[in-house]
Design a protein around this ligand. Sequence first.
Ligand SMILES: NC(=O)c1ccc[n+]([C@@H]2O[C@H](COP(=O)([O-])OP(=O)(O)OC[C@H]3O[C@@H](n4cnc5c(N)ncnc54)[C@H](OP(=O)(O)O)[C@@H]3O)[C@@H](O)[C@H]2O)c1
Length: 306
Amino acid sequence: MRVTVCCANTKIEPWLDGLRAALPGATIEAWQPGAPVADHAVVWAPPQQFLDEQAGLKGIFNIGAGVDALMKLRLPASARVVRLDDAGMSVQMAEFVCHAVIRHFRELDGYEADVAQGRWSYRKPRSRAEFPVGVMGLGVLGVRVARALRQFDFPVLGWSRSPKTIDGVECFAGPAQLDAFLVRTRILVCLLPLTPDTEGVMNRANLAKLQPGAYVINVARGAHLVDEDLIALLDNGHLAGAALDVFRTEPLPAEHPFWRHPKIAVTPHTSARTLRQESIAQIAAKMLAMERGEPVPGVVDPGRGY
Ligand SMILES: NC(=O)c1ccc[n+]([C@@H]2O[C@H](COP(=O)([O-])OP(=O)(O)OC[C@H]3O[C@@H](n4cnc5c(N)ncnc54)[C@H](OP(=O)(O)O)[C@@H]3O)[C@@H](O)[C@H]2O)c1
């Protein structure tokens, strides 16, 4: 079995070493233009030339959960695209989102600002019943996040494409139930894949349906959010704030207003990082399952785009 590795912005040697250890007997090589066609590819943001040359690939294993960038390219007809399922990301996402929710709910940013001024301040405790958290996307990451939030007794709502039943989470599904989900939500968490159906879902019309004083947490993809609509609703007071980890252009350009907006907390796409060891183990297991003709979890449906 021949495996080619083509990962942009990634230190590739440790991936090659890890894959060689996990797949003894396989030929594992870093891709170079003109390299022989492999059986499988391990990729992150590969160039179109790579996909055109590797026309006979059986599996394209993406070293992330989101495949939006890959699905915009022309893929070999023979290949199935496989994404990471969790691989250590869901616990990171749960801690990141719970931190953002709790930081907002407990007004910790306000306390920190007071402490920085040497001020011993008091704020009236808030009722968590008044802070229902709505999670858009109830997949591998969204479900873990929803369950973690329930541990802190927040009312939790969820929205997905197909109907779900999750203990303690009030579930909504499909475009017909989006408004009912939004009007009940005070803290919105986006964990959708980026597809033609979900791009711009956090636009002015939808954000305006959230409860007054709502807070927005985007940990999915920058293009889920219409940047200027968020700023307009923060500035007119409908929204209380936002925690943004992902952006339409990354790194976030120095002149972008998000950097300096007093109601926006920016983090540099760090909510759930790809963990190399866990990812290599998962990719190797899936590659071997594919070779044996067994079902492989996390195969992307090209029609849905995720
Ligand atoms: N910021 C970061 O560091 C980071 C790290 C990892 C991942 N991510 C992002 O997180 C996303 C989610 O990851 P995941 O592993 O949880 O994905 P997943 O398991 O594929 O789950 C996606 C969820 O979104 C729902 N969905 C998809 N299209 C929808 C639509 N049009 N309307 C309503 N719901 C829709 C799906 O509904 P069904 O259940 O009905 O299919 C599913 O519940 C990734 O695509 C990636 O972009 C970000």
